[in-house]
Design a protein around this ligand. Structure first.
Ligand SMILES: Cc1cc2nc3c(=O)[nH]c(=O)nc-3n(C[C@H](O)[C@H](O)[C@H](O)COP(=O)(O)O)c2cc1C
Length: 370
């Protein structure tokens, strides 16, 4: 079967099905430290039966946090705290675990979304932000500091240091956050990158930071473990990134050894004009797949199992990442398996809780048979 419940092997890692739990910031860490919320949140998603669980955007240095509540992986303490979460997942599930590494650049030092999400001034406990150019995200906000070449190299090295920590924690896969208006995307997009050195101007130059980080991380990351990248395939702004540029970026990433690209969109500017609709970013994933042959992940308003199965069977994407629908229903993959008559790995403690009305497919649900 080549649908949603077929396995996929990427380097040394086999995903039992094509459902990826998309990374979701929780904004409740303190000083970057994971806590019991992350254990509760991630272990429930780890027993969901999904093919891979992606841990939320994790900052490679304190200044790279979107909010003061972001997870971090920049010190022995943050490594130990995240290690406890990963141990709890491992104790209870065989799910492959990916970790998303990020730097928020000019979108750092912001309030949590439930407090409005706007920039926190330094006078109110925020911090100075950095970006490729001294261009604020929103009118009226303090401009970020343009990164010097030495600071670019320092941030690249912070990605590497976090990668070495993730390797020690035996994370199965890494994903670089290159979308949603954060630092890597700020370099990629002409909306935020106004540099006139080798990191700005042409697309080739704007990709340089991403590829330098990618290469350095790939070198530090064990060969058998996959490394993917999440991109914003469109800025939804005239003169911004579009899918043609994204295909070129994905092609370069493939040449550098990337294992997958997730095609998200938006986040670079409040001027963006997006009309979200079911599967609205799938055409981006389809173009990346068709034009590069990379493993392509579709994400965004994929909420229905049949829809997800169609995306895989039609060849539009190789993986589907599901975010909000998994928060709403952490048993979403059970329902999908029931609807599609598939097999799924679920702890025996839960075997008596078959999805309502699907007792007839009990024979097909070979729990724990992976
Ligand atoms: C609460 C929440 C937190 C998120 N945090 C992240 C994140 O850490 N990294 C990321 O790449 N995307 C993040 N996203 C975006 C999702 O991963 C996903 O790309 C987006 O929500 C679209 O998928 P959906 O329609 O299935 O929710 C977040 C989304 C939500 C709802």
């Amino acid at each position: 079967m080549n649908g949603l419940f077929s396995a996929l092997t990427v380097r040394g890692l086999t995903l039992p099905n094509r459902i990826v739990v998309s990374p979701m910031c929780q904004y409740v860490a303190v000083d970057g430290l994971a806590n019991s919320w992350h254990v509760a949140h991630l272990t429930q998603l780890a027993v969901s039966g999904a093919g891979m669980l992606t841990i939320e955007s994790t900052a490679v240095e304190p200044a790279g946090r979107i909010t003061p509540g972001d997870l971090g992986l920049w010190s022995d303490d943050t490594e130990a705290a995240l290690g406890k979460v990963i141990q709890a997942i491992r104790d209870n599930s065989r799910i492959p675990v990916a970790l998303q590494l990020a730097h928020a650049g000019r979108k750092a030092s912001s309030y949590e979304p439930w407090h409005g999400g706007q920039l926190i001034p330094v006078s109110e406990g925020g911090w100075e932000t950095v970006a490729p150019s001294a261009v604020a995200q929103k009118e009226g906000e303090a401009a970020p500091q343009a990164l010097s070449k030495a600071s670019i190299a320092r941030i690249r090295d912070a990605f590497v240091a976090a990668t070495l920590r993730a390797a020690r924690l035996e994370v199965d896969a890494l994903e670089l956050h290159g979308g949603h208006g954060y630092l890597i995307h700020q370099f990629l997009s002409p909306i935020s990158n106004r540099r006139n050195d080798e990191y700005g101007g042409s697309l080739e130059n704007r990709m340089r930071f991403l590829l330098e980080v990618f290469d350095a991380v790939r070198d530090a990351w064990p060969d058998e473990r996959p490394l993917g990248v999440k991109l914003s395939a469109s800025d939804w702004i005239e003169g911004g990134l579009d899918v043609t540029a994204t295909v070129a970026i994905a092609r370069a990433l493939k040449a550098h050894g990337a294992d997958w690209v997730v095609s998200s969109s938006g986040g670079i500017s409040p001027q963006q004009k997006i009309a979200p609709a079911p599967g609205y970013q799938v055409p981006f994933a389809a173009q990346v797949k068709q034009q590069t042959g990379l493993i392509s992940t579709a994400v965004g308003l994929i909420t229905d199992p049949q829809q997800a199965d169609r995306i895989i069977r039609s060849g539009d994407a190789d993986l589907v990442a599901v975010a909000r629908a998994m928060l709403n229903d952490p048993r979403w993959p059970w329902r999908a398996a029931a609807e599609l008559g598939a097999r799924i790995d679920v702890p025996p403690q839960y075997w008596r809780a078959l999805p309502q009305g699907h007792a007839d497919i009990f024979e097909n649900l070979v729990f724990g048979a992976r």
